[in-house]
Design a protein around this ligand. Structure first.
Ligand code: ZN
Length: 418
């Protein structure tokens, strides 16, 4: 078998080898480290991972050979919670935030998400496409090879929701980074439904979800379950309909108030519950029992300056699998930098470097239902990997706030070089 690309003499090769399932508890620390490692790729797939190239793998002058000395190689990073496609930006809220206004204060003042809704409704397909493409390029430069992208800035304007999902679909086709789409019409109560939120829930269920499912525009459905947004009952109603239509389930759960989102995610066996800053101990236990992945977003806590972060250590101890994402969005977390999120997760939430890399590779893949083909370096899987200009994993997390990426390989092709 002839290799098309080989990376050899890799100082630290982090394979994440093991079962294709979310890794929880002690398993989240097993990263399959190989010293002086070699990865061989044929076309878009990995054909060998180890420390001595077997004879059946041929190398000739057409094989690209990369030197891994002084480098750390990991599976391509997976940013499994973003609001990638949107119009506008909200730097004008910075002054309010510095004076201590909370997310809900800004929302009540008619700002926050509603200003992004307005900007996204007004933006053309092309404007949204170009803006999101720019962000995808940045994500790729930080080592991200798969991104989840939610709609949710059209809300009651269904055409805008569809526009967002179609932009994501087109970018998935055009851009090296893969995009997994999530429908999140239930992202805010539209201003005109303020007094009749249940009517809006009915519209999502009866009019929006069936079309999203029929046109196969999203793999998942997500709901912002929070005080002042969607209640537990409303969230349950929407997600049950989504499930009936064959969509996977996600939930923005217990970000601000302990509403019972973690418990609801467990009840509905959601693939992930995200945020979880205020999740109750019972909710965490219930998630562990049902195998719900905790998708943590420390960049959001950091940017909102709440001082409150999800109890990551508690989640690990209770054997909940943890994923980590940017939550990239124009309001509560305007950054595409997953490496910064990895540092925050370790420095603030006390996850170990091993738990962090697990969270952005195999557990990220599992939270998107793609762990059979992505998220670890094993023969047969897609050749998505990052070469970091860093001698070891700890260095990437410790030397924070900069970009350590040397090269990114997607489907066996070098798609980013420093
Ligand atoms: Zn979010």
């Amino acid at each position: 078998m002839k290799a098309t690309l080989v990376i050899k003499d890799i100082d630290n090769l982090i394979t994440m080898q093991g079962e294709n399932r979310p890794r929880a508890g002690r398993e989240a620390s097993q990263i399959g480290l190989i010293k002086n490692g070699i990865v061989a790729i044929k076309d878009d797939r990995i054909i060998y991972v180890g420390d001595k190239l077997p004879e059946y793998i041929e190398i000739d002058e057409s094989t690209t050979i990369l030197d891994g000395r002084g480098k750390t190689v990991t599976p391509g990073l997976i940013d499994s919670h973003t609001h990638l496609v949107h119009g506008g930006s909200r730097e004008n809220e910075l002054a309010m935030k510095l004076k201590g206004a909370s997310y809900l204060d800004i929302l009540k003042a008619g700002g926050g998400i509603h200003s992004t809704v307005k900007a996204t409704r007004e933006a053309s397909f092309e404007e949204l496409y170009n803006k999101a493409k720019k962000s995808l390029d940045i994500m790729l430069s930080f080592g991200v090879t798969t991104v989840e992208a939610k709609s949710g800035y059209g809300i009651s304007d269904f055409d805008t929701e569809l526009k967002q999902l179609k932009v994501a679909k087109k970018l998935d086709e055009d851009h090296p980074v893969d995009i997994v789409s999530t429908f999140m019409g239930a992202h805010a109560i539209p201003l005109e439904y303020h007094d009749y939120p249940d009517s809006f829930v009915d519209i999502i269920i009866e009019e929006m979800l069936p079309i999203v499912a029929e046109e196969k525009l999203a793999k998942f459905c997500d709901v912002f379950c929070e005080e002042g947004v969607f209640s537990i009952q409303q969230s349950r109603k929407i997600l049950l309909k989504a499930k009936e239509l064959g969509l996977g389930l996600k939930l923005h759960a217990d970000e601000i108030k302990p509403l019972g989102g973690a418990e609801l995610a467990a009840e509905l066996a959601c693939i992930s519950a995200d945020h979880l800053v205020a999740a109750s101990d019972q909710g965490i236990k219930a998630m562990a029992e049902r195998g719900v992945i905790a998708n943590l977003l420390p960049g959001t806590s950091f940017n909102l300056q709440t001082g409150k972060y999800a109890k990551a250590r508690k989640l690990v101890e209770e054997c909940v699998a943890v994923a980590l994402s940017t939550d990239y969005n124009p309001g509560s977390c305007p950054t595409e930098n997953i490496q910064l999120i990895m540092s925050l997760a370790s420095l603030i939430m006390k996850l170990t470097p091993e738990e962090v890399i697990t969270a952005v590779t195999i557990n990220g893949a599992a939270s998107l239902g793609i762990e059979e083909e992505y998220g670890s370096l094993e023969p047969g899987k897609y050749a998505d990997l990052v070469i970091f200009d860093a001698p070891n994993l700890e260095y990437i997390i410790y030397h924070f706030g900069i970009n350590h990426t040397d090269k990114v390989i997607k489907n066996g092709i070098i798609v980013y070089e420093k």
